[in-house]
Structure formats: C-alpha cells, structure tokens
Design a protein around this ligand. Sequence first.
Ligand SMILES: Cc1ncc(COP(=O)(O)O)c(C=O)c1O
Length: 397
Amino acid sequence: MTTMSKDAALAHKLGVRDSIADMPPSPIREVSLVGAGVPGVTAFWFGEPDVSTPKFICDAAAKALSEGKTFYNPNRGIPELRQALVEYQSKLYGRPIDPERITVTASGINAIILSMEILVDPGDEVICVTPLWPNISAGIEIMGGAVKRFSLDFAGDKWTLDIGKLIAAIGPKTRAVVVNSPSNPTGWMMNSADQKTLLEHCRKHGVWIVADEVYARLAYGRKAAPSFVEHAEPEDRVLVINSFSKPWAMTGWRVGWITHPLGFGKTLETVTEYNMSCATTFAQWGAIAALKGGEAFIAESVARYQANRDVVYQRLAGNSRVRIGLPDGAFYAFFAVDGIKDSLAVAKDIVRTAKVGLAPGIAFGPESQGFLRMCYASEPGRLGAALDRLEDFIGKL
Ligand SMILES: Cc1ncc(COP(=O)(O)O)c(C=O)c1O
C-alpha cells in the first residue's frame, strides 16, 4: 500500500479533485529546494537559456506598452503575430501554412494543457514516448486520461525509437500519441521517415498526434529539427506545439503557438477563452520582433550550446561509470551513472556535497531512475568547474 504524502492528505481533506490532490511534487523542484539551503551551488536543473532576451525583442514589447497596447486581444492572438508565424513556418518548412491553422497561446505548457482539454476525456489512453518532460504526462492525468508509456531504447550511447513497436502499441483504445522531439531530457530527435510512418498509421486509425516541438530550432548541424508541420495535411489530426521560450530566450514571456487542423479555430477560441482568454498583448509584439529579426540570435545560441554539448559529452562519455548519448537537439545531457538506484536521493547528495544542481532521472519517468539531467545552456567556465566536481563525486560513488 502506498502512503499518502502530507500535502496530498491535506488537499483531499480540503476537497480538492483526486487527480490534482494526488499529483506528486516535482522531483526537480525538490532538488532545487535542497539547493536553496546550500551556499555556492551551481544550478543546471531547470531548462532555460542562460542569457536574457535580446534587446531588440524587449524594445518591441516596450514600444507596444508605451503605445498603449495593454488591452485584451483576440483569443487566438493578434493578427500580426499569427501572420508572422505563418510566414516564419512557411519559410522554415518550405510549404505554405493556412493562417487559420495557427493559434497563439500563453506558452508551450499552456498549448499542451489546451490540447489535452480538447482531446482527453476521463479514461482515454494517451501513448507518450518516454523519457518525457513530466508536465506533459501531468496534463493528461489532470484531464483524467490514462498515460501509457512507450520508452525509447538506450543502447548505452544512443537513444533510438523502434517505430514498428510504437505502432504496434497503438490500439483501439488509443486516443492520441505524444512525441516530444527534439526531446527533453534525452536530446533524441525523431527522423522524418518515422514521422511519416507514424502519421500514416494514425491517419488511418483516427488517432491524434500531439507533437511537442518547442526545441525545433535547437537542432545541431541543421536549421531545424524534422517537423510534423512538414507532413501534416490541413485535415490531419495533428497538433504541433511550439514556444518562444527556448530559441529566443523568452521563458518569462509566456508566448507559444499551436499549428492545428483547419476548422479548429472555434475550438481553440473556446478553450482559450476559458483558460486565459488571450496571451499577453505586449509580449506578442515582442514575439513578432523575435520572428522577424531573431535568426542571428538563434544561430549564435545554437553554436554556443553545441560547443558546450561537445565538452559535456566528451567529459562524461570518457568516464567509465557513465553512459550517455550525444544529443541531436535541445540543451540537455541525460546520462546514466553505474550504481544509481535512487536518482532523487543521489541528485540531492550531489547538491549538498558537489554543489552541482542536476535534475533527477526519476522526474522523467520510472524508466529513467538511473539517470541525471544537466542543462548545458551555461557559461563554459561555470560548466567546466561543475563537471570537475561532478566527476569527483562520481569517482567516489
Ligand atoms: C518538452 C517541453 N515542452 C514544453 C515546454 C514548455 O515551455 P514553455 O511553457 O516555457 O513555452 C518545455 C519547457 O521546459 C519543455 O521542455
């Protein structure tokens, strides 16, 4: 029998819905709380760029504020941003996108929960390709859906998807398949052929695909990761989730977008209206500037992340007790350390003794218990010093 935490017991007593009351606390947050009491900790537990938003983006939002753009805006976003997104995606993926297929959201996670509100009824099965950022499965569970985990394979030096097995896992009860590529935490990137295979199968069986592509522009050696936007026809049951947070260093702005089937405008208006009504008006003007003038910033950032990735990878892969795959995208090193049985306890220990803040593998699912995640969007000197201390810790495990 599992014992209920004090927080869960209190929430039940107060009459909170079961699926919210029983939601476990975030293990990443738990480690960061331990770190808050330890002086001199270098933190790599959260996933965000290490620099603030470029000035030209801030200036555009400041201009909007000074011009009085402080009112509500349409549920699906200001027309100027929707149009800029149409142009951006059409150019990036070399195929025209109907403006009716774009809806602005108040961040990537907002887009995820809106998608789950649209798709998931209590008891619906949703297959998630894992390891997975926990907020996505939480969104399904909040709606009362049943998460069915489908793990990528890890051969010790590479993450791979067995597309045949994924397709075999889709059954009559499956409502949707969730794929996050490039992946947080593994850095795995889905290839175009597998995207097409999955789409063809889902199309035939009326199954939805929810593609989280918030790291699409953080793809090493290419302009963007393969995207479902390249394959989905306007009538396909595909929701592609994206965000301004990571590529343009805009995590605090809370602006994202969904590319969805044609005819979904009314549905998106409805769910947006009853969640946040609209994304922040002046932030959307900043987002337009990001789309129009942000390519140089993305290129510089990806070059910096790639250099960091190579250093982190070489150092960790060179450690005989560590197994790691070279990330194809995003900005995380996800590595297994021999002997780790409880990644949460070990991550807390690393914070206390090595003063390095990592996310425990268990946060991304039971299949990741032996792993740790490090966000390497960081200044190289800081990263190098932390790796010294981490290697020292691993050597003593
Ligand atoms: C896979 C994935 N999806 C979505 C998000 C949400 O990003 P945001 O809500 O900042 O747009 C994150 C953030 O870490 C993420 O890692």
